[in-house]
Design a binder for this molecule. Structure first.
Ligand code: TYM
Length: 355
């Protein structure tokens, strides 16, 4: 029996370098190793937690699917599916929620972040009590929806329903994985079974990736507005990199790097050769570095990675037949395992049919 790999990306817009290096490039590599039962999906139900315009949701799903295929995911080698095509997920989500505490969900970092955004609370220093009061208050409960609170349950179900061993994700998703393991253990212990496995992140032996943005701090993210997208054309991409925040340059040899400079080096390490990284690191350390040169090289090396993918995305996204065929095949395979899991869980929980 092959070990099972599962991961997904929310359908909230185009993919950026954070998604690519934190997730998608690992999906492709795991698929190509050929030793895993690989499953990759598009999380359209998770996208509903932030209320996308119904007119664009399907297009978002389509664009991620095109980006998956253009990056090298192959429907003949991996199961590629859309979350909402597997209705068993929604039923198991209901069942698992019976064993998930409101408190543990409210303490999840991603929930607090998104709730803050929905409530229009700017700073991260607001203490948690305030946020909880705001959420429970009569007015604001209209704005923070229950789907956002139970987001980690849905993600746990995506993983557990396929009995995944490995879940390749970026660093920002590790708390969700920790919750998934906790829910799996709790389910097993409540019912006295050894049913669900405890999944783990997968990084080919390295540390989980956090791709920084170009604005000097934090991670690259859609809502941060600091992204380089796989679909950015050369001109846009060069402009974004050349505008990246820097500092005044090192004043003394071997001085520590400020965060914006560290971020540029982190990106360089992802896209460039070790020789080039060494060249610029040495130049930084002996104070001869010119940030303009660093940015030019960085932009070119990003283009070398993204340009061929971009060309394929543009090709594939117009091929409706190929797209439909890929996810139809995937849905069938994903549903086969999901319906078996759901049936098992119904049995374990004591839900029986009369016929
Ligand atoms: P999402 O859609 O926010 O992000 C998709 C993947 O991209 C990674 N990522 C990053 N990695 C490194 N640096 C960054 N700056 C960066 N930005 C994004 C994320 O870690 C993630 O791996 N909840 C998930 C989707 C999901 C899922 C699942 C994942 C739903 N069900 C089951 C795995 C298994 C999410 O919102 O990812």
């Amino acid at each position: 029996m092959k070990e099972i790999v599962l991961s997904g990306i929310r359908a909230t817009g185009q993919l950026h370098l954070g998604n690519y290096y934190g997730a998608l490039s690992k999906f492709v590599r795991m698929q190509e190793e050929g030793i895993y039962d690989s499953n990759f999906f598009i999380a359209d139900l998770h996208a509903l937690t932030t209320h996308p315009d119904p007119k664009i949701l399907h297009n978002n799903v389509k664009s991620i699917l095109s980006e998956y295929l253009a990056s090298g995911l192959d429907p003949e080698k991996s199961t590629i599916f859309v979350q909402s095509d597997v209705p068993e997920i929604s039923e198991l989500y209901l069942l698992l929620n019976m064993h998930v505490g409101i408190g543990e969900l409210m303490r999840t970092a991603s929930f607090k972040d998104k709730a803050r955004k929905q409530l229009g609370i700017k700073t991260e220093n607001d203490n948690d009590d305030n946020i909880e009061k705001e959420i429970i208050g009569t007015d604001s409960n209209k704005r923070v929806n229950a789907g956002l609170l139970t987001y980690p349950t849905l993600m746990a179900v995506d993983i557990l329903i396929q009995h995944a061993d490995h879940v390749p994700v970026g660093k920002d998703q590790e708390q969700h994985l920790e919750l998934t393991r906790r829910f799996a253990r709790r389910f097993n212990s409540v019912y006295g079974v050894e049913y669900f496995k405890e999944p783990a992140n997968f990084n080919f032996g390295g540390a989980p990736v956090k791709v920084p943005g170009l604005d000097g701090s934090g991670k690259m993210g859609k809502s941060e507005g600091n992204c380089i997208y796989l679909l950015d054309d050369e001109k846009v991409l060069r402009k974004k990199v050349m505008r990246a925040v820097t500092d005044e340059g090192p004043k003394e040899p071997n001085s520590p790097m400020s965060e914006p400079i560290k971020n540029l080096f982190t990106l360089l390490e992802l896209v460039s050769t070790p020789d080039k990284v060494k060249f610029f690191t040495d130049a930084y350390n002996d104070c001869s570095i010119r940030y303009g040169d660093l940015k030019k090289e960085l932009a070119q090396d990003i283009i070398n990675v993204t340009a061929p993918i971009r060309e394929r995305i543009i090709d594939i996204q117009n091929n409706d037949e190929y797209l439909a065929k890929a996810v139809r095949m995937g849905a069938e395979k994903a549903r086969a395992r999901a319906s078996k899991t759901l049936e098992d869980v119904r049995q374990i929980m004591g839900i029986k049919r009369f016929w």
